[in-house]
Write a protein that binds this ligand. Structure first.
Ligand code: PLP
Length: 239
């Protein structure tokens, strides 16, 4: 954990080893009523050694948010090494001119939110698995397509030969319970309406609400790897 230690007393590591924390996350999912929920370990800001520790503890799926970090952190072919293949998800905002760099490095792009990105993915990563991301909070700073554009975007992906595994969304930054629940319930309804399979919602702070509303994949960074170096906890929200 020395990578995260710059002497800032506000930057507290969660207790225990990575294996303990992964077990605690599975326990939180279980208590929230989840039976078949995939944990995506969000490793942005953390070194590959911590990712490997999490994999050794049973994590199967890794999420990264920045192309440059992903390309620099993992040797090419990394995910295919070992007995069990690791699934790598790209979960961050994706610029079209960076798509090319992801070829052969990701198994799923979880943040498809506009037609230009669909076209570039079809060109550079043909047939890839994707999640389409609507912005359901109405917050201007967030990525994600407008809710009214969601069905059209899912259809464009399918027309372009991409495999739409489901939808992904980010809950409101306020973390306010009722609004978070509203957003996650809306994503679940869209997944069902569109006949899709996966519903990627829930992070370290809103995992329980997400699982309660039918999440099938939670994206967990802080609760698994600790605070991201250089990131101060926000009041009332540790992400
Ligand atoms: C960073 C990030 C996460 C993980 O957030 P934590 O609060 O650290 O669990 C999940 N999803 C996305 C899209 C992220 O960028």
């Amino acid at each position: 954990m020395s990578d995260a230690d710059d002497g800032d007393p506000r930057r507290e590591e969660p207790a225990g080893t990575i294996a303990d924390r992964l077990a605690a996350i599975h326990e939180r999912i279980r208590r929230a009523g989840g039976t078949d929920v995939l944990v995506v370990g969000v490793a942005k800001g953390h070194p590959i050694g911590q990712v490997e520790a999490a994999l050794a503890a049973g994590l199967t799926t890794v999420g990264e948010s920045y192309v440059q970090e992903l390309v620099g952190k993992y040797p090419s072919g990394w995910a295919a090494q070992g007995d069990a293949a690791v699934e790598m998800q790209f979960i961050g905002h994706l610029q079209t001119n960076k798509v090319r760099a992801l070829a052969g490095r990701v198994d799923l792009v979880a943040s498809v939110d506009r037609p230009a990105l669909v076209a570039e993915l079809a060109r550079r990563l043909p047939g890839s698995r994707v999640l389409v991301q609507p912005n359901l909070t109405g917050e201007a700073s967030k990525t994600g397509c407008r809710p009214e554009d969601l069905d059209g975007l899912v259809e464009s992906c399918q027309d372009a030969g991409l495999v739409v595994d489901g939808l992904m969304t980010i809950g409101p930054a306020s973390g306010e319970g009722r609004e978070t629940r509203r957003v996650f319930a809306a994503l679940r309804r869209s997944v069902d309406r569109l006949g899709l399979r996966h519903c990627s919602m829930g992070m370290s702070d809103d995992l329980e609400i997400a699982v309660g509303e039918g999440s099938t994949q939670v994206r967990i960074g802080t609760a698994l790897f600790g605070p991201r170096p250089g990131v101060r906890p926000r009041p009332g929200r540790s992400g």
